[in-house]
Design a protein around this ligand. Sequence first.
Ligand code: AMP
Length: 639
Amino acid sequence: MAKIGINIKQGKIELPKVIVGIDLGTTNSLIAYVPDQANSEKADVEKGRSPKVIPVRGQGLVPSVVYFDEHGTPSVGHYAKSKIAQEPERTIFSVKRLLGKSYKDVADKADYVSYKIIDSDSTSEAMVKIEIDGKFYNPIELSSLILKEIKTQAEKELSVQIEQAVITVPAYFNDSQRQATRDAGKLAGLDVLRIINEPTAASIAYGIAEKKSGNVLVYDLGGGTFDVSILTLEEGVFEVLSTHGNTYLGGDDLDRSIAEFWLKKHQLTSNQLSKTELQTLRMIAEEAKIYISQDDIWGQPEAQFERAFQCVNSNLTLTLNVSELQNAVAPLIAETLKSVHKALSDAELKPDQIDEVVLVGGSTRYPGVMQALMPIFPHVSINNRINPDEVVALGAAIEADVLAGNRSDVLLLDVTPLSLGIETAGGLMDVLIPRNSKIPTRLAREYTTSVDGQVNLKVSVFQGERELVGENRKLGEFVLKGIPAMPAGLPKIQIQFALNPDGILKVAAKELRSGVEQEVEIQPTYGLTDGQVEEMLLAGFQNAQSDIELRLNQETINEGNQMVYTAERFIEKNGQHLSAEEIAGSKQRIEDLRCLLNDKADRNSINKQIELLNDYTRPFAERVMDIAIGQALKGKTLD
Ligand code: AMP
């Protein structure tokens, strides 16, 4: 029987602890748990353990939006969402799209948002940053604010302590996006026990994991993104076979198509409407879509949505019936079906080899989705029983319950107890295999040199949860020798970690341009007792917040040092193309940056100075580039 109780330890009230599942979404986020977890006696009826969404300020869905007021104080959720139209440059939405990305990755989408994504350098590999009122924020910090709000409010709601979580990510997230999600969790004060794929979480929620084997197709159409994933289940373990989609296609685009339909019908174009009118029109379109999507309306061809709307100084009556809605959004639904077929062919499966189809995301409530999928999968009944907004968070909560040791019907894999990684600039730990990764596993990441002509690279391997390697356990090191001398940044050095089923780690380093390589074998758990592993985990968790701060600072320092190095080399090499004033101006800014770095100034000041130096030198860099191209072409004739 479940007990409700509060423990009193050394005079301090200790609230019960629960492990939660969090769906950190592009548009909305949710938190869920399995009730009774904190107080359950192990013998609790396993099957009866059903997950629930925890209300945050009275609502299940928390808009993944962060607003900063004029003092820089953040707020998250519905209030922040209401500021998107009023104070667009201070309101950040869709930050998930920026997570784990460099500016280079997102530069072509910068216009999509109303806040300032800083273009410190259009070729920059550094983490993208957002500037608000002269302050710089990175996507990890912003995501952590969303997580912190969810965590704190859920703790209040349940009167519990939440320290551990399972967080979901899209199946297509790469290693750095997953690591960024993990870091956001840490920064929010959460020990992220596991990162799981959203389609896997949805499948777990439907109890598909208990079937032990089969192929599952998960169709996820949210507010702003679409993806389809095909998973195969073996012995209760999911593996992603393929994934396809469009991170800029979702319910918002359906609304846009309906708005376009109305504009065309009334012989208007979107340019004629003010921003506010257009926004209002899209909101009415969403209402119309949701109205028509109701079961009892969808079945009636004569049913119609009707609304008066005033724009461009005229009074319009907007109407929409079922077939008009279907026609307006048909091209978008057709595009999602193309992805379904692409995912099937990538997984080398025919539709009849799919055993389960699962619908995820609010937009799958549009009945046209089900109607489009049924003829492709006539042999299965499509899973849409669970609220499509909640299904991912509910699945994550079940996984959390498994990790809490409350269920034995869902298989737990053999996992690595501690993270494994290498030392990078400034003594930072770069994790290649996060703790709790299933074994066997293999992961490779590319690195490069930071100094011109570097011919050796020391690879130091560490284990532990701290952000600085000095606090972690060193497992070994070796030197990759004989890298051909090249300018900094040009060598492509791939470091691969392969952890075999016996827990042996093979670390290989290879310079891909020359083929130079080196390999070592390490036994990470050798000599570590369970108690020591626990101690290391605890230290990682207790220092998580300050560690991440240290890491963010160190990353900025690294970027600053690199900038000083590159700018100095640039002036040295290209002095003849620069005026005395330009040289002096650049040197002054380099010196200012160096002083800030030496004085260990705060992150924001360093970032600002990097920006200043960049802005100042960019025109010369472009000019020098043009000269170089001109010289390269000189004397060459075109056939
Ligand atoms: P999500 O990102 O999963 O929360 O999905 C949000 C999207 O679902 C928005 O574009 C909504 O317009 C859409 N949506 C919510 N309810 C319905 C409904 N009943 N019918 C069609 N679309 C819906």
